[in-house]
Write a protein that binds this ligand. Structure first.
Ligand SMILES: [Zn+2]
Length: 237
């Protein structure tokens, strides 16, 4: 395996690809950097990176020494040799490989980890808080387990006015009489409407269900006894 540099011609973005032949490297690089268009990329031999062929990945510190630049995944700075020189930092201190997130140095990576942990702590706290509201209001509802994409709860925290605040929360639960899908308790923080100079006011948490369950959920929320579909079938028979 040999190292090749594949560059997309209009944006100048690209990377180092390992392959036995130039044509294979170009085809693979075109998929990664040029939307699969073989003619939108250039391909040239890069002997200095041959020693990474077995690992299949290159430390970005070395790529920076060879003229590449990257964006820090924490502070967003453009990391190139000028940037490092200005700060008295070394390319060996740059964190990351071609296939992982780059960071200026370990301190920048740690700062990102701390900020991320703080966001997750706030998101989890709001999910717990909302699940507690559901349990109090509807003791016989069943909370849908899991968090995040495809789970029964999700929350998103972000910065607003220099402060970390909760932006969105959704908590799903099944309720007696439900036919279509779980209902949910949600909250959406409104974005301040600067053009209209309206005072910023966050919205209140709201109960919702899908259209097909509206009557069932309303009846349930009013506390009326519900007869499950299977029981109705038994009665009809
Ligand atoms: Zn950084």
């Amino acid at each position: 395996m040999k190292a090749y540099t594949v560059l997309e011609t209009t944006e100048g973005t690209g990377g180092i690809v390992f392959a036995k032949h130039s044509v294979v490297a170009r085809r693979e690089g075109a998929c990664q950097f040029g939307d699969g268009d073989f003619h939108s990329v250039t391909c040239s031999r890069t002997p200095w990176a041959d020693r990474y062929a077995e690992a299949g990945d290159v430390p970005i510190g070395e790529m920076i020494d060879m003229g590449w630049h990257f964006e820090c995944g924490s502070c967003g700075s453009r990391i190139d040799s000028d940037y490092l020189q200005e700060r008295g930092w070394l390319s060996e201190d740059v964190i990351g490989t071609q296939h992982t997130t780059p960071y200026c140095h370990a301190v920048c990576e740690a700062r990102y980890g701390l900020a991320r942990a703080e966001v997750q702590r706030l998101e989890r706290r709001w999910i717990r808080r909302f699940r507690a509201i559901v349990r109090r209001r509807f003791p016989d509802a069943v909370l849908v387990p899991g968090e995040g994409l495809g789970g029964g709860a999700r929350a998103y925290a972000g910065h607003s006015g220099g402060r970390l605040v909760i932006q969105d929360v959704d908590v799903r639960f099944e309720f007696p009489g439900m036919k279509v899908a779980p209902a949910w308790l949600s909250y959406r923080r409104r974005t301040p409407n600067l053009s209209a100079r309206l005072p910023f006011s966050p919205s209140k948490p709201e109960w919702s269900c899908c259209h097909g369950d509206l009557a069932a959920f309303e009846a349930y929320a009013r506390g009326e006894p519900l007869i499950a579909t299977t029981q109705l079938e038994v009665l009809a028979a």
